[in-house]
Design a protein around this ligand. Structure first.
Ligand SMILES: *[C@@H]1O[C@H](CO)[C@@H](O)[C@H](O)[C@H]1NC(C)=O
Ligand SMILES: *[C@@H]1O[C@H](CO)[C@@H](O)[C@H](O)[C@H]1NC(C)=O
Ligand SMILES: *[C@@H]1O[C@H](CO)[C@@H](O)[C@H](O)[C@H]1NC(C)=O
Length: 911
């Protein structure tokens, strides 16, 4: 085999890291370790910009001057830097200030200096700006209005207060620079002040920092808010614990701030503020009565401090470079903040239906025979599965988009035999390109000078899986376009249209680089330093790969074929438009099972809902109890994939005893039964940014005792999931939010949240507690099938769970599940189910599907929670003959069989 040397070398590297890590765990981490400081990764204390700016008031005063409205209705001016000691001595006047407002309820504040890097490709192209109109102007203060909001700008020292509701101007919604920590390190020419001492070293690495200090600090205060969420990715609590404690006597206790810097953190700890693989500089603040968001579009390394006082929650964000481009989302409801953020950065990609099914992954399925056996075992044991994955070993010596000929001699046949059963395959493609003249991708990219360069302009050579590797410069649009042409079958030999892609290591991971990544003084397109683009590198790579899949049917990249499916590990704001992410290399233990919930909830409220953790845990071997509990939770991750490290024992469900397999199978089948609901949820995420897996406060924004809840969550608006998170648990404490009724999904019990807000619920290994919210209607497909493809023609079951007023509603969305016709030709079905006055209606407001009504038949309607027995059902389209009404608890359940109705038509049933 080729490349064994390099591979052995790599195993050595990984093994070395394992040993180092274990030593480190033994030495210092019994609990809540902060031992990263002494090891591979930086902390604030080791970052000069964080030291210069964190909690440090600026030396000079920042004053806004001469605000003027421009043609678009934006307000612009200059910021001057004033030396207060020298009594109004203006030192500089070259910082630009701008305020812009948008239709969706967003205020944007920009503070910039010409020549600084502005992050591309994140904001949508067609932002709908609205004018800011001046309401009053005084020497110290100017007030503007847009829509229902007021913006109060204090000029000296600069401060911006936003009042979301202009009729209530007692408390601002959000304040910029409340604590006067705003700071803007003006770029100076090297040597201007005789300084050549800008280089910074970390371990054996040196960063020249040729542009000198260019750091930024902003402070954002959320009056009255007692919880903040967001700024992924890290493994910690959902409601972010403060990093600073400010005591009454003014004394401050500092903990490590939250870091945003995309890194490949080996065996990350389950409870640590450290930043992991992706970054979204977006924070949501919550109090009773309002939800607010702040997003800083900046891709450089960033640290965020959070502290709470009796006035609310204050935050300070410091970044190493770039500009201040800050967005305030005024809310007031959680769904408004989600919509406002998505109006700037986009909604979730409408995924292919198959990608919402179950994904079976392992490092590695060894060869084609192994794949065929795994595939046939899913059918043999009646477990649904949509996708089988191949990790790095399938390649020819880690040259991505090639095949190891010995183990995968006929990749097309392998994919085609999966495709015959409606299954797909996913293969890994990473951004490091093996340095090897015989590898066509390397040869071509080198010839075109497409790689990221060292500070001296030579190609950067880093160490990753293939050994010596180079990294494509994804900042350059031409290179992204070129990369996107590599997925046509003529170039990606052995690929077929049922093959999809997985991008790993795209932080980027560089084994021998500082903090396992690239040097900050490496150079990209237009000589932009890596420091400026670090946190978007993985996103840009993900984006180019997805583009490659969308256009792989057409070499000229003009005609899109199907929606892409590309999983990524690194991410940034905007990644939601591209594809799913997962929470990286977790571990098979109960703590990692538990922390997967706050991690996915955090991603969800940060706009990136299509996420999941590796079911079973990547490192280590889960016992059958942990594995079962992980599947039972994992079916409610928006992205549902099992994955395992190469050194772990095989753990496909049929390798366990019958009862274990059967419980896992039931869990996976439930995921498939709920698929019509799940697909509808993804359409909501696509349209309005509504997270699929959502915190309880998203639906119950006034119920303060649930704000920090992370042991339970909602799956869409209608399902409450209370997973088992403890080994050997005999019961789970279920908290029923609101004043609603909650129906046991598996049994006939109904709970009234007003009477029994907390119920210790006994559990067996068969399932975890899941409850349907009274007032909702859920579409399901109940026939057990091998995958989503095989379900496409199945009839639907409509489940109505009535609220206390005997009412319910739900929505339904369906399209072909794969193409762009839903967008380009409006080929989809969209409807609302309404139950009111003992009448169930299907209101179709858009119906343009390809397939006939035969494939949207309703086979069953179940109405739970009726206060009276139903003796008659009148359909306005059909005669209802086959129904029964039985008592369940204190109420009645109606079951209508074969009503001969289609979801494409308007109909009503009167009970
Ligand atoms: C450079 O020196 C000048 C003159 O002493 C001073 O005004 C300025 O603030 C200095 N700039 C920096 C970045 O230290
Ligand atoms: C269903 O009724 C609505 C009015 O309530 C109408 O706009 C729509 O076109 C109807 N759809 C179909 C498929 O008949
Ligand atoms: C049946 O009821 C639905 C919903 O009220 C209505 O849109 C539709 O026109 C009715 N159809 C007939 C044939 O009466």
């Amino acid at each position: 085999m080729k490349g064994t040397r390099a591979e052995d070398g790599m195993k050595g590297t990984r093994a070395t890291r394992v040993v180092l890590f274990l030593l480190f765990v033994l030495l210092c981490c019994t609990k809540a370790a902060s031992g990263f400081k002494e090891n591979e990764f930086k902390t604030c204390a080791k970052s000069s910009f964080c030291q210069r700016l964190r909690s440090v008031p600026p030396e000079h005063k920042y004053v806004i001057e001469s605000l003027e409205a421009d043609d678009s209705g934006a307000v612009r001016g200059k910021v001057s830097v004033v030396d207060e000691d020298a009594e109004d001595e203006t030192l500089h006047k070259d910082i630009d200030f701008a305020l812009l407002a948008y239709e969706s309820g967003v205020l944007r504040l920009k503070v910039s200096q010409p020549g600084r890097f502005e992050v591309p490709e994140v904001l949508l192209d067609d932002l709908k700006q609205v004018p800011l109109t001046s309401q009053s102007k005084a020497s110290a203060q100017e007030i503007f209005q847009f829509q229902n909001s007021l913006v109060v700008v204090t000029l000296s020292p600069m401060k911006v207060e936003v009042y979301g509701d202009k009729s209530k101007i007692t408390t601002p919604t959000v304040v910029f620079n409340e604590n006067s920590l705003f700071n803007f390190e003006r770029q100076v020419k090297p040597g201007e002040n005789g300084s050549s001492e800008w280089a910074e070293t970390f371990l054996s690495h040196s960063d020249t920092r040729k542009n000198g200090p260019m750091g930024l600090s902003i402070d954002v205060h959320f009056p009255g808010a007692n919880h903040v969420f967001g700024i992924p990715e890290r493994a910690t609590r959902f409601s972010l614990p403060p990093t600073k404690e400010v005591h009454a006597n003014g004394e401050k206790v500092l903990h490590e701030p939250y870091r945003l810097y995309n890194l490949d953190v080996f065996e990350y700890l389950h409870d640590h503020p450290f930043g992991l693989y992706g970054s979204i500089p977006f924070l949501t603040a919550k109090k009773v009565g309002s939800t607010t968001g702040a997003f800083w579009l900046n891709a450089a390394e960033m640290y965020v401090d959070i502290w709470k006082t009796d006035k609310g929650t204050s935050t300070q964000w410091v970044s190493e470079s770039g500009i201040v481009d800050l967005f305030f989302f005024i809310g007031p409801e959680p769904k408004d903040v989600a919509r406002q953020y998505s109006s700037m950065t986009g909604g979730t990609q409408m995924p292919q239906l198959f990608s919402l099914g179950y994904h079976q992954c392992r490092w590695n399925y060894k060869d084609e025979e192994d794949v065929a056996t795994v595939d046939s075992n899913f059918d043999h044991f009646g477990i649904p599965c949509d996708v089988i994955w191949l990790d790095i070993e399938h390649t020819d010596g880690k040259r991505y988009m090639t095949w190891d000929k010995a183990h995968f001699p006929t990749p097309e046949n392998m994919q085609n035999s999966l495709a015959e059963k409606g299954r797909k395959m996913v293969a890994i493609v990473d951004p490091h390109i093996k340095k090897d003249d015989s590898y066509h991708i390397f040869k071509e990219a080198q010839g075109k000078s497409y790689f990221v360069r060292n500070k001296d302009g030579t190609d950067f050579d880093g160490w990753c899986w293939p050994g010596s590797s180079m990294y494509l410069d994804m900042l350059n649009p031409e290179i992204r376009k070129w990369w996107a042409t590599k997925f046509v079958p003529e170039v990606f030999k052995g690929s077929t249209e049922s093959l999809y892609i997985w991008n790993d290591m795209n932080e980027p991971s560089v084994f021998n680089g500082p903090e396992i990544t690239m040097h900050k003084d490496n150079l990209h397109y237009n000589d932009i330093e890596h420091r400026d683009v670090h946190n978007i590198y993985g996103y840009l790579y993900h984006m180019a790969t997805a583009e490659g899949l969308v256009y792989r049917g057409d070499k000229s990249l003009a005609k899109p074929s199907d929606r892409a499916f590309v999983l990524s590990r690194a991410f940034f704001s905007g990644s939601q438009r591209v594809g799913p992410v997962w929470t990286g290399d977790n571990t098979a233990d109960w703590n990692h099972l538990k922390v997967s919930i706050p991690m996915c909830l955090t991603l969800g409220v940060s706009g990136l809902t299509f996420s999941g953790a590796d079911v079973g845990g990547f490192f280590g071997n889960p016992n059958s109890e942990l594995l079962t509990r992980w599947y039972q939770l994992g079916i409610f991750y928006p992205f549902f994939r099992a994955h395992a490290h190469i050194d772990t024992k095989r753990r496909e469900p049929w390798l366990f005893e019958e009862s274990v397999m059967s419980n896992i199978r039931s869990a996976i089948q439930l995921r498939y039964n709920l698929m019509p609901y799940i697909y509808t949820l993804f359409h909501m995420a696509h349209k309005d940014g509504a997270p699929v897996m959502r915190p309880i406060w998203y639906e119950f924004p006034e119920q303060e005792d649930t704000f920090s809840s992370e042991d339970a969550f909602l799956f869409g608006p209608s399902l409450l999931v209370s997973p088992v998170l403890e080994e050997g648990a005999k019961a789970v404490n279920v908290l029923f939010p609101g004043k609603d009724l909650w129906y046991d999904l598996f049994g006939d019990k109904v709970y009234d949240a007003e009477k029994t807000p907390r119920v210790p619920m006994p559990v067996t290994m068969e399932s975890i507690p899941v409850h349907v919210r009274g007032g909702s209607i859920i579409p399901r497909r109940m026939r057990p099938r091998r995958n989503t493809e095989a379900m496409k023609k199945d009839p639907f079951t409509i489940v109505v769970a009535l609220d206390k007023n005997q009412e319910a509603r739900g929505s339904f969305y369906l399209d072909d599940g794969s193409s762009f016709d839903f967008q380009q030709k409006r080929k989809f079905l969209s409807s609302t189910f309404v139950f009111k006055n003992y009448r169930l209606e299907n209101d179709v407001y858009h119906n343009a599907l390809y397939f006939t009504n035969e494939f949207t038949k309703v086979e069953k309607i179940i109405v739970r929670g009726l206060k009276r027995k139903v003796g008659k059902v009148d359909g306005n389209m059909t005669k209802i003959k086959d129904f029964s009404c039985t008592q369940e608890g204190g109420t009645w359940t109606l079951v209508i069989k074969k009503p001969d109705l289609s979801l494409t038509e308007n109909w009503s049933l009167k009970l």
